[in-house]
Design a protein around this ligand. Sequence first.
Ligand SMILES: [Zn+2]
Length: 127
Amino acid sequence: MAGFYTGRNGSDQLSVFLVAIALVIAVAASVITDETARIATGAVAIALALWAFFRMMSKNIGRRRAENDTFLSLIGQSPEKKARREEKKTHRFFRCPKCKGMCRVPKGKGKIRITCPHCGEQFIKRT
Ligand SMILES: [Zn+2]
């Protein structure tokens, strides 16, 4: 087993999500009384679980990472958005009155003169 996971994608958020959905569907399938519908629903759960397993075992890590990034941005958890949320805790964002460009300034500095990095316009804001 040593080295089995080397060079493989391993579990990521998308795979965990797929397994979770597969479990929910499997539980839902178990309470369906109609046999054909139960088997069909169960097959969907198995397909999702297999997909998750395939992704974890995949050696095409670049491709899998891209899929995971797409998934994360779909649920609003993309690394860029996350970084932006973190920035909002420590920085404030103002629009330049002249060029409407975004200016980022550190929070809690009181009244400060902001120089727009885009056009050089200066304006006073409280942070
Ligand atoms: Zn400006």
